[in-house]
Design a protein around this ligand. Sequence first.
Ligand code: FES
Length: 320
Amino acid sequence: MGHEHDCAHPLLRVEELGEAPQAVRLLGEDWVVWRDGQGQARAARDQCPHRGARLSLGRVCAGQLECPYHGWRFDGDGRCVAIPAVPGFTPPASHGLAVWPLTAFAGLWWLLPTDAALPPAFAAEHEPRLRKLTVGPFDVATSAPRVVENFLDMAHFGFVHEGWLGERSHGEVPPYQVDATPDGLHAHGCRAWQPRSNLQSTEGSWVDYEYRVPAPYTAVLEKAPDAQQGWREGIALFICPRDEEHSRAWFRLAVPDWDSSDEQVAAFQHTIFAQDQPVLESQRPRRLPLSGEVHSAADRMSSAYRRWLRERGVGFGVLP
Ligand code: FES
């Protein structure tokens, strides 16, 4: 999968990780995630070094991960600290696990390979007048770049999300600009017709957007600053590439809606995603093709995204 191993990857929501170890999938491999004795989240390959059992089927005892098969225990650094069948034995280093500490960011636990950085926080994340909420996971049977492109795509609103995010009678995508940034890409001057552009509106109007791609599988949408308040509402999309054709996504919302319950906010995102999902899963190939798809001027951002991924050697699996 190229340079995906250099990226930070979200694995699960912070509150999803309780007492029990969790199984997650990343880049075609199974991982186990647990909290050590200090509450620090840890990740390791989900395979016991003894006889290969899945460690995620075990349990956590005093911060140590216990294998479900013979009860070998591993501490937060991956050292094997107990082999119950041989109580007096001190296991050597070779009996241990390679362990990665996870980092909490935007409501998610992230695995950072050596030298990888977290995606930069978007401005709305730091705006105290906006409510922050992480919604998901959303599992979808397609590659991560297909999900990113869908998020960047304004031309589908009036069709996939008719009456919600767009109307087919307002399908035009006015010209917009795409610039390279030190981290990735920035699309600005974007405009989309929305049937209900904000909580107060009663009729449709054009909404001004900006999009950023600061990492291969992260995209951020920010609306134009609120005229009275000055803040910019934003939504970030974070994707875990489970393998080359399966993705797990979360949305990080920074929105002015303080009245709806968490469940109501999440329900809206689930409705929108449920509209996207069948179309996303119908796209062939599931991995971005190197050639064979055609573009329109409305696809300027996704075309730039493909070029940018290609330059990084990321995200393409299908040869022409
Ligand atoms: Fe894990 Fe034996 S397979 S302890």
